[in-house]
Structures are given as structure tokens and as C-alpha cells.
Design a protein around this ligand. Structure first.
Ligand code: ANZ
Ligand code: ZN
Length: 742
């Protein structure tokens, strides 16, 4: 018997796999296909435990389907554009490509050392012009289809990263990358019109039976569909002027119209200045507007923040009762949701309630629970009797309407009969209509940084914005920029000076690059046809392999990458490039690997366990087994060095027993169940239980329990060997069990 020596076994087999192309997708259409994919890494250094876990899960999944006779596509590549490379290059006065490709080589070597079964011929590297030219091409197709827009609006600006960010990249007012505070700026930027797909992105979540519910919930919340109504309020003209006009609000609670005691505009509303210009209210209102500009809208809209407001001196008319309602500007109203104007109902909305309390505005009770002390007095009362209350908080639940004219006595609340009744009447009077709003905003894709995919557009003084003609793609990044000295694309004449493709006059190239999330939104499609020089991928290849059957990656991408990819898939489908509606059928979000004390591993904390610390002494198989065995894949776990020792002990034991089985076994003896004695029968049954259990567990992605089953089989084999010491062993059984364990 040979000693277990991973440093001999692993390289030997890895070489055989490479030489025989064991992991290449064969494009053999007589077999069922299986597309197994792990989210491609950002090449920020060598791989860490999170990668090891992610990619081990993918690897065993791919191998499982290959063993079951599928034609498996299992590729790997790099999400290679982005700020860390650029910042490193600035710091070391070198080029981001150098840093990026060096890290790719390091990671690739580690992946190979881990024995991952990738089809290396299909590698996609996002910063390679052969890849990013197709990202530009897709941009041009989206442009033609009206899915690209360039517009001026308030955007998130990270002063630290010196670039704008998409809404999805700002969490609680912080930049997703550097966690610095994000500011608002008015800038002209490029957008992908993901909102055109808001409804479909929401509806199709129902199709995604293989996705974890929390991820679907997060996407649904992010898309944020609200049903309600738009209601028109007439602005009363200022004295001696005829500046009356209609201001429309969006409300989910038209049933509360009788409780509207003030009216609110967002500080960014273009109306605000006109309303107060030259009046005694101007100074205070404009001071509020300036104060609000310093805080992101996201933060301002957060419920627990103190609210600020100022009265404009103007009034609107409530369409249901003709009442005069004062118009205020409030900093918790966001400009780009609904209409940016709100009918405030402090009795039914907690934010309005707090505002009313602070500024001493009436809280008119119009909806009550039956156990409310006011209920006996107001039940059935149509005219206003009580003008304000001193409640502790608003009443946001369903209840009975009171002091609400003809709607009094009806059940009010979200989606209540009263809502339908009031919308119906408003519609009949031409004062309102049903309306659906989405929280989802268009995807801001332009970035003011060098290391990204150049937006293929040209600005011409005569022709306006001109897309770069397809035959001039790719627009490549210039290589001689002095990043160390702070030079940007916008300062690089050699890059931006060009001629207009329409009129031939001197023109300027767009110097913004695309958000790196545009690269990761379709890389899984490029893998299906990575060497295509005519198209990003052929429809045939995409239709052969898509959708990805098993997609594995971190939960941190629940909204960003997964939502953007779903949008790309749908947009590309509508461009006729592929047939599927959704890119990823089954999604597994692996949990985090934390340190022994349950803290996240990070360089700054100095608690990182490098995978090499396991692989070098014990080999890749021990690493893989330990990381799969320690917990179910979607659970977080704390790193435990004992798990590594345990995994290694088990492998050695299994190795010994397999050797003994092989020595007693014979591949050429036909298996015959009828000749098995009682001890052999026990092993035989255990073997079948293991096969059934492993198959079931793999189908559910529960690798730890599958490993337990194999451990039991090893025990059963050991017991059999002990019981038959010196006696005849069933040669076929021994051989078969040895194979199964391996
Ligand atoms: C009156 C009302 C009464 C409201 C009530 C709620 C409760 P969701 O569910 O998120 O769609 N609103 C509308 N536009 C807004 C904006 N731009 N900024 C801040 N708030 C805004 O929320 C819809 C509700 O949020 C709307 O319904 C409106 O307040 C407010 F008892 O109208 B409601
Ligand atoms: Zn930042």
C-alpha cells in the first residue's frame, strides 16, 4: 500500500485532466446540457476562503453532472475592470493592466492547484478589448432600441472615488466600495433604461423557483411597485398674479384625502423657487433647500431622521372638499419618486405625523380603529367635528373612515374598498387616476474613471451625440496615460480628439467609461461562444447553453449584479440575440467563511486564513472536503482548524480502505448479488443507500450530508474487511465499493 500523498496524486491527475481535455464542454447535443457557473472573481490579489468555498461548491456540482452523463459547461474568467486596479496603479505609478493581469495569473494558478474543473479555453477577461468591444457593441444596440439615455439629474457622487454611482451602489448614504459619504450633484450622465423592464423584472421573479426567497424578496423590494392614484390639486394663484396651476401628487392612500392638512413639495422640485420668489418666505424656504442638498435623498427619506420644512406662503385646493391646504417644502420628500409632491395626512402616515407635531399642523382624525376612544363620538359622522388630535403616533392600519363625507363608514387602508371608491369618483370628475409607481430608477452607467469600458459615443458640435460606428469598435483605452500624476481620460487629447463620423468635422470622444457591472451583466453569455469575432455570441450557442442551470455566488450581489443581469438578458432577448427570459435557473448563495471567533476575515483585522495554509501541508482535496463538510453551503460558518485535521484524517482512512478493497477486488469479476453472504450483503446495502443519499443530497446542494454518507460507507467497508480477515472476500463487491468511495 502506498502512503496517501496529495502532493503526488493531485498534480498527476490535474495533468491528465489538462492533457485529455477532461473538462471541456463537448457540444455533444445528444447529451443533456448542464451549465454550471460561479460568479467570476475580481482579481484583487490571491484567492481567499470565500473564493475557495464558492468555487468548490461549483466544482463538485459540475463534476456531479458530468458523472451523470451531462454535457457540462463550467467556465471561469475575471471581472477585471474597476477602481482597485486603478488606485493601485496610481499609487505605484504603473498601469492597471499590469496589476490586473499579474493578479489573474496568481488566481489562475491557485484555481489550478485546487483542481477546479474549468474549461480554460473559454476564459473571459473583462478588460481584454476582445471582450469589452462587445460590451460597446451591446451599448450601441441598446442605444438604437431606445434603452440608453443621457440626461441631467441629481446623481450620487462619491468624492473619495471621484465618480458617480448607481442607486444600487449606495447603501444608507454610503459608497458601496469605499463606504465614504455620498453627495448629490447635478450632472449629465448616461443611463440604461432598466425601468422599461420594471414590471417584467418583478413578475418573472415568480418563475425563479430555484432562487432563495430572501433574494427574490430583496429584488421585489428594490423594484418597489406601489399601486395608488395620482390626484390633482389646484394651486391658488398668488395675490395679483395668475400663476395658478395643477400640482399632482402620488398617493397609495386616496382614501385618506379628507385627512389632508398640508401639502408637501420636495426641496429639488423646480416649482419651489417660483412659488416663493420675491416673497417674505423666500429666505427660509431657500435655506431649507440648500440644507437638504447637503444630504443624500436616500438618507433624508429614512424614517428615523429628523424632518425639516418651511412654509411657502401658498395654498392648494383639496379636490374632495374644496379646502384650502398650506403648501410646505419638506426634506423627507424625494424629488424623483412619484411626482415629488405629497398630500400629507398626519393621521395616517407616521412621517407626516412627526412633521405635523414639529410644526404644529393639524392632525385630522379620519380613520379609526373600533377600539379608539374617539370611535363612539365620530362613528358615522360625515362633517368635520374634531379638527386635530394629540395622538402618540399615526394610525397606519386598516380602519373605519370617519369625517370623510360620503365615504364615511367605509373600510379604509391600503387596497381597501374606500380606495377604489374614491379613485373611481376622482376619475369620473377628471381630478385623478389610478397609478402605479416603481421605486426602481434607471441604471446610471457612466463613470468618470479610466479603468473601465469606454462609452462608444462622440460629441459633435454640429450633429450632437453620435454613436461610434460599429466597424470602428472597439474604442480602446489609451495606454500612455499618466495616472500617477492624476491624468484622466477627460484630459487625454490623444484619446478624445476625433472626427465626427457623420459630418467629418473635429469632434470629441465621450471620456466616461461604463460601470463595471455592465461587464458582469453578460459575461455568462460570452462563455457560450467565447471566440466569436462577428458577434458577442451566436444565438445558437446562447440557446444551446442558456439559462445557466446552477449559479453560485455571494448574497451581496442579490440586487446589483443579479438584477442587472436579468435586465440584460431580457433586453438582449428583445434585441433578438437569445431566447430565454431569465439567465439563472437555480441560484445558490454561499454563506461566509468567518474567523474562529465569528468575525469576518479581513486584511485590516489581520485574521485572514489563506487557503495556501491548508493546501500546502494537506493538499487540495483536504481543503475541498473540509470546506464542504463544515456546514451546509448557504450557512455562514466560523473557520475551524480542527475541521481540516478531521477532513485529512478521513481522507487518509478512506485511502487505506480503498487500497485494501482494491487489493481484494477484481474489476473483471462480474457482480452477482445471489452469491453474497450476510456480511457482504450488509456492505452491499450500505453501498446502495450511499448512492441514493448522495444523489439526493447533490440534487439539493447539501454536500455536507453527502460526505457523511460516504463516511458511513467507509465505515461499513472497514467493518466488512475486518469481518472477512483471512477469508474470501467478494471480489466484485470490493472493487465496486472502492470505486464508489473514490
Ligand atoms: C397620502 C398618504 C396617507 C400616504 C397615508 C400614505 C399614508 P410607497 O408605499 O413607498 O409607494 N409619497 C409619495 N411620493 C413621495 C415622495 N416623492 N417622497 C416621499 N414620500 C412620498 O409610498 C407612497 C406614499 O408615500 C404616498 O402615499 C405618499 O404619502 C408618500 F395615510 O399619500 B401617501
Ligand atoms: Zn467611493
Amino acid at each position: 500500500m502506498k502512503e496517501y500523498n496529495p502532493h503526488e496524486i493531485e498534480p498527476r491527475w490535474q495533468k491528465v485532466w489538462a492533457e485529455t481535455g477532461a473538462h471541456k464542454a463537448t457540444e455533444d447535443t445528444s447529451k443533456p446540457k448542464r451549465y454550471v457557473l460561479e460568479m467570476f472573481p475580481y482579481p484583487s490579489g490571491d484567492i481567499h476562503m470565500g473564493h475557495v468555498r464558492n468555487y468548490t461548491i461549483g466544482d463538485v456540482t459540475a463534476r456531479y453532472y458530468a458523472m451523470r452523463g451531462y454535457d457540462v459547461l463550467h467556465p471561469m474568467g475575471w471581472d477585471a475592470f474597476g477602481l482597485p486596479a486603478e488606485n493601485a496603479a496610481i499609487k505605484h505609478n504603473s498601469h492597471p493592466a499590469k496589476w490586473t493581469y499579474a493578479n489573474i495569473e496568481t488566481q489562475k494558478a491557485s484555481f489550478k492547484r485546487m483542481g477546479f474543473s474549468y474549461d480554460w479555453d473559454r476564459t473571459v477577461v473583462a478588460c481584454d478589448p476582445e471582450y469589452y468591444r462587445w460590451g460597446q457593441w451591446i451599448f450601441l444596440q441598446m442605444y438604437k432600441r431606445g434603452l440608453v439615455e443621457r440626461r441631467n439629474s441629481p446623481v450620487n457622487w462619491c468624492p473619495n472615488c471621484k465618480t458617480v454611482l448607481a442607486n444600487e451602489q449606495v447603501t444608507e448614504g454610503e459608497c458601496w466600495r469605499c463606504h465614504g459619504a455620498v453627495e448629490k450633484r447635478d450632472l449629465t450622465q448616461w443611463y440604461y433604461k432598466i425601468t422599461d423592464y420594471a414590471q417584467e423584472l418583478l413578475d418573472d421573479l415568480d418563475q425563479l423557483k430555484g432562487w432563495p426567497d430572501p433574494v427574490k424578496q430583496m429584488q421585489a423590494n428594490w423594484i418597489g411597485r406601489s399601486e395608488g392614484a395620482e390626484v390633482d390639486f389646484e394651486l391658488i394663484p398668488a395675490e395679483g398674479k395668475d400663476d395658478g396651476q395643477t400640482i399632482t401628487v402620488f398617493t397609495t392612500r386616496p382614501d385618506t384625502l379628507f385627512g389632508c392638512s398640508f401639502f408637501l413639495l420636495a426641496p429639488e422640485s423646480p416649482l419651489v423657487h417660483d412659488l416663493v420668489c420675491g416673497t417674505e418666505y423666500e429666505a427660509e424656504v431657500m435655506a431649507l433647500v440648500e440644507g437638504a442638498a447637503k444630504v443624500s435623498a436616500v438618507e433624508r427619506a429614512q424614517g428615523d431622521r429628523e424632518k425639516h420644512g418651511a412654509f411657502t406662503g401658498r395654498y392648494v385646493i383639496n379636490p374632495v372638499n374644496g379646502e384650502k391646504v398650506p403648501v410646505w417644502v419638506a426634506d423627507y420628500i424625494v424629488a424623483d419618486y412619484g411626482t415629488g409632491a405629497v398630500m400629507a395626512v398626519p393621521c395616517g402616515d407616521q412621517r407626516d405625523f412627526e412633521f405635523a407635531r414639529k410644526y404644529d399642523l393639524p392632525i385630522i382624525p379620519i380613520i379609526l380603529g373600533e377600539d379608539d376612544p374617539l370611535y363612539p363620538e365620530l362613528n358615522g359622522v360625515q362633517e368635520r367635528k374634531v379638527t386635530t388630535v394629540d395622538w402618540e403616533k399615526s394610525y397606519e392600519a386598516e380602519g373605519v373612515l370617519v369625517q370623510s363625507g360620503k365615504y364615511t363608514g367605509m373600510v379604509g387602508g391600503k387596497h381597501s374598498p374606500a380606495v377604489d371608491a374614491i379613485i373611481g369618483d376622482l376619475e369620473a370628475q377628471g381630478k385623478g387616476k389610478k397609478s402605479v409607481q416603481f421605486r426602481l430608477r434607471d441604471w446610471l452607467i457612466s463613470r468618470q474613471r479610466y479603468w473601465g469600458n469606454p462609452i462608444p459615443a462622440i460629441h459633435c458640435e454640429h450633429c450632437g451625440i453620435v454613436p461610434v460606428p460599429e466597424d470602428q469598435l472597439p474604442v480602446t483605452l489609451p495606454e500612455n496615460l499618466d495616472l500617477g500624476a492624476g491624468e484622466t481620460l477627460a484630459e487625454c487629447k490623444e484619446f478624445y480628439e476625433t472626427t465626427c463620423p457623420v459630418c467629418g468635422r473635429p469632434a470629441k470622444r465621450e471620456t466616461d467609461t461604463m460601470d463595471t457591472f455592465t461587464c458582469s451583466s453578460w459575461y455568462y453569455l460570452r462563455y457560450t461562444d467565447p471566440h466569436n469575432t462577428e458577434l458577442p455570441f451566436s444565438r445558437e450557442a446562447a440557446d444551446r447553453w442558456m439559462p445557466v442551470d446552477n449559479y453560485i455566488g455571494g448574497i451581496e450581489h442579490a440586487i446589483l449584479h443579479l438584477l442587472y443581469s436579468r435586465f440584460f438578458t431580457k433586453a438582449l432577448r428583445d434585441l433578438g440575440l437569445l431566447s430565454v427570459d431569465e439567465p439563472f435557473t437555480n441560484l445558490l448563495c454561499q454563506g461566509m467563511v468567518k474567523d474562529e471567533n465569528g468575525d469576518t476575515m479581513s486584511k485590516s483585522k489581520g485574521n485572514v486564513v489563506p487557503p495556501s495554509s491548508v493546501i500546502e501541508p494537506y493538499g487540495a482535496d483536504t481543503m475541498r472536503l473540509a470546506i464542504l463538510f463544515i456546514a451546509p453551503p448557504e450557512k455562514d460558518f466560523d473557520w475551524d482548524p480542527k475541521a481540516v485535521e478531521g477532513a485529512n484524517r478521513f481522507i487518509k482512512r478512506a485511502w487505506r480502505i480503498v487500497w485494501q478493497l482494491v487489493q481484494s477486488g477484481d474489476a473483471n469479476v462480474a457482480f452477482d448479488k445471489s452469491v453474497l453472504g450476510e456480511t457482504a450483503m450488509k456492505l452491499y446495502r450500505e453501498r446502495h443507500r450511499t448512492i441514493a443519499k448522495c444523489t439526493e443530497d447533490f440534487d439539493r446542494g447539501q454536500f455536507n450530508t453527502a460526505i457523511s454518507a460516504v463516511m458511513e460507507l467507509v465505515n461499513a467497508a472497514s467493518a466488512y474487511l475486518n469481518a472477512t480477515e483471512g477469508a474470501d472476500r467478494d471480489k466484485a463487491l470490493c472493487y465496486g465499493v472502492a470505486k464508489d468511495i473514490v
